[in-house]
Design a protein around this ligand. Structure first.
Ligand SMILES: *Cc1c(COP(=O)(O)O)cnc(C)c1O
Length: 332
């Protein structure tokens, strides 16, 4: 199957499986798993922060960050369709008693900073305490520029807010902006990155920030059940991913662009957006039931009515893109 549902579907390569098989391990709850420790220090250094913590998922990583930055009754300011707000089960509110203050997101994926400033609550017993500003980059595949991120940092600092980045696809953003990742991370107090998306690892995310913040986050990770033991087995895959699979993300972006160009030739398909490794298409009403037919042709997709998001990743080749374009041409 050519699976375009998400960049989370990739399979570990033979080389990655070798790295897993030969990983040195210890008990990470005691802090003595050498492979986890190596992954954490490698990632902290790469993102230019003091410390890092390996976590099973991006959801847990963001949640640990929110719990470490905020107290019960505090508020975090977040995009109204950000992953943290929309797709993480409301964890901050449910488990942290942290109130989300959603703000409309601009076309760029950035929050409207005027609205952010208006949303910050005065220091008054009536109000929750505004504590944190949370940004996502990329968002819907779109990279937010350094200028916009800098403006967000200024707004955060003017209002004494911590500044957190949900960087599930941080490297896609950096490649798209043609900058180093640490130019993006420099603006933020904390950053969560996923190893299990475009980088092709089977499991895992990393949270980075200052040492006292990571110490606090570690306590929350334990409480959430994310304290794992011989975790080097999966950290080895993450380390392999971060050391070998970053530069090749450019190929995913190229493949997405090829796919967008191919699909655009088709009168029945509107390409609504093509950003980094994602293509968003809209079909005419009468063509919206092609998911099963695509599946029969060996192509796995996910639909919302007549809309579809197609995601390229490490297991999708240029040749696959031709096959996908041909399949759409046949069916639409
Ligand atoms: C995937 C993703 C996450 C974390 O997802 P997990 O599936 O929990 O690892 C967080 N934010 C964004 C923007 C994502 O795309």
């Amino acid at each position: 199957m050519i699976d375009l549902r998400s960049d989370t579907v990739s399979q570990p390569s033979e080389a990655m499986r070798e790295a897993i098989a030969h990983a040195a391990v210890g008990d990470d709850v005691f802090g003595d798993d050498p492979t986890v420790n190596e992954l954490e220090s490698f990632t902290a250094k790469l993102l230019d922060k003091e410390a890092a913590m390996f976590v099973p998922s991006g959801t847990q990583s963001n949640l640990c960050a929110l719990l470490a930055h905020c107290q019960r009754g505090d508020e975090y300011i977040v995009g109204d369709h950000a992953h943290t707000y929309m797709y993480e089960g409301g964890g901050a509110a449910v488990l942290g008693s942290i109130q989300p203050q959603p703000i409309p997101m601009l076309e760029s994926g950035m929050l409207d900073l005027n609205r952010v400033r208006e949303a910050v609550k005065p220091n008054d017993i009536h109000f929750p305490r505004s504590r944190l500003l949370c940004i996502e980059n990329t968002t819907n595949g779109k990279a937010i520029s350094l200028e916009e991120l800098a403006a967000g940092a200024e707004t955060a600092s003017d209002n004494s807010l911590f500044y957190h980045l949900d960087g599930a696809r941080l490297w896609n953003a950096a490649i798209s902006l043609e900058v180093e990742v640490n130019q993006i991370t420099a603006f933020f107090d904390s950053i969560s990155v996923c190893l299990s998306k475009g980088l092709g690892a089977p499991i895992g995310s990393v949270l980075v920030g200052k040492s006292p913040f990571i110490d606090e986050a570690r306590k929350w990770r334990k409480m959430l059940g994310g304290g794992m033991r011989q975790t080097g087995l999966i950290a080895a895959a993450g380390l392999f991913a971060i050391q070998n699979n970053v530069n090749r993300l450019a190929q995913d972006h190229k493949n997405a662009a090829l796919l967008a160009t191919g699909l655009e030739q088709n009168n029945g398909i509107t390409v609504e957006a093509n950003e980094t490794n994602m293509v968003f298409i809209q079909l005419r009403e009468e063509n919206k039931f092609i998911q099963a037919d695509l599946h029969d042709l060996g192509i796995c997709t996910i639909w919302n009515k007549s809309r579809c998001r197609l995601v390229t990743h490490i297991d999708v080749t240029e040749n696959d893109i031709d096959k996908v374009t041909e399949a759409f041409a046949k069916l639409v």
